[in-house]
Write a protein of this length. Structure first.
Lengths: 568, 568
């Protein structure tokens, strides 16, 4: 009898593990089981199928060379047998058996295994709301949902859409509705910001402003209490309002499918998810797991990490496939990098946001920088906004997030930092990180190096300032006279603001400070501002040196204030 | 007396070190010396000024906020005194003095220093050719050259240009001439490929083909023996031909300006360049150096490294500035990452090419991959060609190079690998490198991970094949019958080739191999081919498993063969 490997779950991790193993052990038998009849698809592509960027649903389950990854494909091309519409109902570890049920016929059966892979993925979280089961409420959890959503749109049934949850998938779906189909789209989020836990409130608001400019409506800090409709969804209700909806997408996170593992006694996390070691083995050495149903290691603080992403599943699947064949490969964990396209901008990041770092117990600060993403004289440059989160005591880089119009350029910087996260980098490591240089692609002192330099200056107390949120607070209090707002740009730049706010706006160009500093008050904080924060930093140092006790520069300057939407 | 820091050389490293130090020690005096009257400019931007992408020469020496970095700028904004058109002629280390000469008046003077920085840069290599001093022969070494070149072009004096040297600057200049001005442009290179030492001959030919499509002519493996002209340049002569030229750009590398350091007894490399430690100190602890005149560490093999790039100079300059002020910062070295825009494609890389690795004593192999740079179903995808160089014994990644239409995406992958080079990564580290995933920006199994997986398979003997150069050799011998060419794509893809080469081209779709393998000869090598190398790899494994002894898959498949220009 050839060795038999059974793989439960045929999306991302399962197929990768099965095919990798089969390539290494051609004489083994591999059985891949899935509850669905559509499997081995790129679920992350669903928003782009809904938007129409991807025209056919099948494109999400074809190879790069246009073959559909269906049962015959796996059999003929990969040598892997697929049992679709088949549920694994129980694992008997002592006897190395998997109990299965054919969902078409109800027929039950038992498979003997030598080694087993659990790649059961995750299930979208339901909110247990009244009306949540109405037709027209979707979770974007599988291709069937995707096809129904697309069909509704193309039939012209959708005029208004409500997305519940402003995480990646929620925002991607909002873009799909609003951008390509002109659907009146509203996002409702329980947290007070979009992309909660992923980016700071400031970056979130910058991204949100951009999406609002593109026509998406947001209701943040609101809890959906019920969904209403006669025969189909019609309204989404929060304590604050009732929103009309022809379709509702609930995108409130996912829950790892660990029941099968839990029931057979494998170690699982109390908070859900199958525990695995670096070789992706569960507490049973004959059983591997990974992907959306497993818990890996967070490389930032070595804590348990639930990171349900197709990229994780694919890479882990290969490690499992190799180890099934006797290799000793490891998957070290992840730093949680992400990227998301939001109309004409991208948001991306890695590691912890400031709030996340503080919650994890770090004495963290963050700094914000806006700078050209290549030589500032090169015509195709875009301005990139980055925020870096660092630990005060160890100077470790805990995370970095950003927003930019050039997604590839932003993702490139994020990936560079992600690459070194497992080495626990300090700010100095990123100051000297090697970014390949040529004016069309990077700056000589690249935005990434400059970001770390700024964090270094902040940690050393050389750069002391605030972001646009704090500036906005100061500015709202301008009539109190508590702050002295000093624009350190050249007069021509400052002039419109001097004219608009003659009582509150002041101007001394940075180069004139040494001879004009006596014009400045010494009894109140000086709030410095320039275009992007560079000159206000230098002015702050000058004024510090001249004996001023409370000088605060506005990180990101007018550029970030504008993106943040500060009313100035 | 305040502390006095003297900085010799005011391009890139010098100004950065001077200004950083001055920010940290505002009460110190800083003097910045330069031989030229135009300084603190971005020399790497010269090709883009010549092309017209950058319209004014001054843009290369302005800050991001449009202030020209001239003497008053450094004085007023940075607190740094500049002595331009001033040459440092001698360093007296015992007495801490720098002898200088005003190049306008010839007047000599002496500066006392407490600490000194040597940032004298490098000088373009001259070729000592007859006629090299004719008007119209340039080295792109400074802004004066750049302005003269641009003036000649805009006056319509340039119909034909010859570039000697196919390194970065040479190719960038060739693009500037040909792309924006429609100048008949020829590149002459002594090596048999463009970008010698930087990329493999295969990647070089792919890039060259693209440039040829854009109208640039190449003469490779040719040595210029003389330059001819009456009163101005008219011809460039090689043993093979005489090329007409209204302008000649010599771009044959640069030589570090280490004479000042050498003359005062500082340790220098035998091959040129000032030796520094990780703190960027020379053998005299009061004297720092960096940038194009210094030798740093190659992070791939810890060997001495001459890497004259503006990005190096800027980052090292900051380290020097901090250390002048008493910090203990380090610059660990570099892995030699690079990128260059070549019309509509980019070439980029890091670490060693295969030839370089072998020359450095590694038992190295390389593998080549072509794959979409994001989800293959996402409409804006481009095909990225990558080559990874790995050490057979240690499985270390020694380098990676690539060519792609999306420069930002390519540079992002290169930067990720560059980021981990100092940690001496193995193939497994890159297999699991965390690339932020979302279909618009990356693939779930990203091209970077797939590249490392392929290297892993090659090292394990699982993937055995060849690149387009070897395929071309086999194909040229097709009439000998020594090789059996097997297309493993579906019949429709193979059909045009079956019709064109009925005697030599054979087709069994990969999925049909298990039932049709008996059609194949067992007495000669099977040369497999598909679209991009993925299916031919799987077919190769199948055939290996079926007992075939010599199966060779064509890495990169038809896609790379086409880019390589194979006549098929």
């Amino acid at each position: 009898m050839p060795e038999h490997v059974v793989v439960i779950g045929a999306v991302a991790l399962g197929p990768k593990a099965a095919c990798r193993f089969k390539r290494l052990k051609q004489d083994a038998k591999v059985t891949l089981i899935d509850k669905d009849d559509i499997f081995s698809y790129g679920g992350c592509g669903i928003p782009y199928y809904v938007s129409g960027d991807v025209s056919e649903a099948n494109q999400l389950r074809t190879t790069a060379f246009h073959m559909v990854r269906d049962e015959p494909f796996f059999h003929d091309i990969k040598g892997v047998d697929v049992l679709s519409l088949t549920e694994a109902t129980k694992i008997d570890r002592a006897n190395k058996k998997v109990y299965i049920k054919d969902l078409r016929t109800g027929k039950e059966d038992v498979l003997d295994y030598d080694q087993l892979v659990i790649g059961t993925g995750a299930t979208p979280r339901k909110l247990s709301l009244p009306g949540e089961d109405l037709p027209g409420v979707y979770y974007v959890g599988n291709m069937h949902d995707a096809e129904k959503i697309k069909a509704s749109i193309t039939k012209g049934e959708i005029g208004k859409a409500v997305v519940v949850g402003a995480g990646f998938i929620g925002l991607e779906m909002a873009e799909a509705f609003a951008d390509m189909w002109g659907i009146d789209t509203t996002v409702v989020e329980i947290a007070p910001q979009i992309l909660p836990r992923m980016v700071s409130p400031v970056l979130a608001r910058i991204a949100q402003n951009h999406m609002e400019e593109q026509g998406v409506t947001f209701h943040l800090g609101q809890t959906v209490t019920k969904i209403e409709g006669e025969g189909k969804v019609q309204k989404v209700v929060t304590p604050e309002q009732t929103i009309e909806a022809d379709i509702v997408i609930i995108s409130a996170g996912v829950i790892p499918n660990d029941k099968l593992a839990r029931d057979c006694g494998l170690d699982c996390s109390e908070r859900g998810g199958i525990l695995v070691d670096e070789s992706m083995r569960t507490s049973d050495p004959l059983i591997f797991s990974g992907g959306d149903c497993a818990i890996i290691k967070n490389l930032v603080d070595d804590s348990p990490f639930f990171l349900p992403m197709g990229s994780m599943a694919n890479r882990q699947g290969r490690v499992i496939g190799s180890n099934l064949a006797g290799a000793s490969e490891t998957f070290p964990g992840a730093a949680g990098s992400f990227c998301v396209k939001l109309f004409e901008k991208a948001a991306a990041g890695v590691g912890m946001s400031l709030a996340g770092a503080k919650q994890a117990g770090f004495d963290a600060i963050s700094v914000m920088l806006i700078m050209a993403d290549r030589a500032h004289f090169y015509p195709t440059k875009d301005m990139m906004t980055l925020e870096m989160v660092v630990d005060r005591k160890t100077r470790r880089v805990l995370g970095m997030q950003g927003v930019s119009a050039n997604g590839d350029a932003l993702v490139g910087r994020v990936d560079s930092v992600a690459a070194i996260m497992k080495y626990k980098p300090t700010v100095a490591d990123v100051s000297n990180l090697e970014v390949a240089y040529s004016p069309p692609y990077a700056a000589a002192m690249d935005v990434l190096n400059a970001m770390a330099n700024m964090a270094d200056n902040a940690l050393n107390g050389l750069n002391h300032g605030h972001g646009p949120d704090t500036f906005e607070e100061y500015w709202k209090e301008r009539e109190s006279g508590k702050y002295y707002f000093l624009d350190v740009r050249e007069h021509a730049d400052a002039e419109p603001f001097l004219n608009k706010y003659p009582e509150y706006w002041h101007n001394i160009p940075q180069g004139e400070i040494p001879k004009r500093f006596k014009e400045l008050p010494t009894d109140k904080p000086l709030v410095l501002i320039c275009n992007t924060g560079g000159r206000s930093f230098e002015a702050q140092i000058m004024l510090d040196g001249l004996g001023f006790k409370d000088v605060r520069n506005t990180q990101g300057g007018m550029a970030v204030l504008k993106a943040y939407g500060c009313d100035i």
